[in-house]
Design a protein around this ligand. Structure first.
Ligand code: SF4
Length: 203
């Protein structure tokens, strides 16, 4: 784990190791500057750690595209607004042993915000997201995580039935954008903060 933290730092990405979801939540919230405008990506990990509930508790200036009852137009507007926030919180699909963030996304707003826009990006990930290489990350995502997510979301995709990816062309396909963040510019070395939790979280 110490090697992984060093690899992240060499990539100008800050990384931290915490023991459990309670510590992850405390650290993530402590990294948010006072009065920051906050955006967030759809993440089971943010929900399982309690971070999502804290963000929408009323104590933070958060753009919540998940608020029940909002229209599709309002949802889209909030996703766009989230791209220009002070802080963006999200999970990640996978972390490689080289200190890289590998992601799949449906519409692309989450991975767009991770790459550019918000001044600070706080990524929270369970140890189950760590894989050896980028190749192993794609393997994990296509053969495990994406099918499990499609099933959880109730999508009519082949993988929701079979549990493996068939690179479908379904209208309900969940994985349309594939990204790898290998490193950040030296001047951006305070931008991405990755909190790795010694628990399994998310898919
Ligand atoms: S491409 Fe289609 S089958 Fe493959 S994981 Fe994505 S939604 Fe499932």
């Amino acid at each position: 784990m110490e090697t992984l933290i060093r690899k992240f730092k060499a990539n100008n990405i800050n990384a931290y190791m915490v023991e459990n979801r309670q510590e992850a939540k405390a650290l993530a919230l402590s990294l948010i500057p006072h009065q920051a405008k906050i955006g967030m990506g759809n993440s089971l990990t943010l929900r399982e750690t309690g971070i999502y509930d804290s963000l929408v508790s009323g104590a933070y200036d958060v753009i919540d595209q998940f608020e029940a009852g909002i229209s599709p137009e309002e949802n889209l507007k909030r996703r766009k607004q989230s791209l220009l926030t002070d802080v963006y919180l999200t999970g990640t699909s996978a972390i490689t042993g080289n200190g890289e963030l590998v992601n799949i996304d449906g519409k692309g707003n989450r991975v767009a915000a991770m790459m550019f826009g918000p001044d600070k990006v706080i990524v929270v990930a369970g140890k189950n997201k760590i894989v050896e290489s980028e190749e192993a990350a794609w393997q994990r995502l296509r053969q495990k995580a994406a099918p499990a997510l499609a099933k959880r979301l109730g999508r009519s995709t082949p993988c929701a039935q079979t549990g493996v990816c068939s690179d479908c062309n379904s209208p309900q396909r969940i994985c349309r954008c594939y990204t790898v963040i290998r490193c950040q510019m030296p001047a951006d070395n305070d931008r991405i903060h990755v909190i790795i939790v010694a628990e399994d979280l998310g898919l």
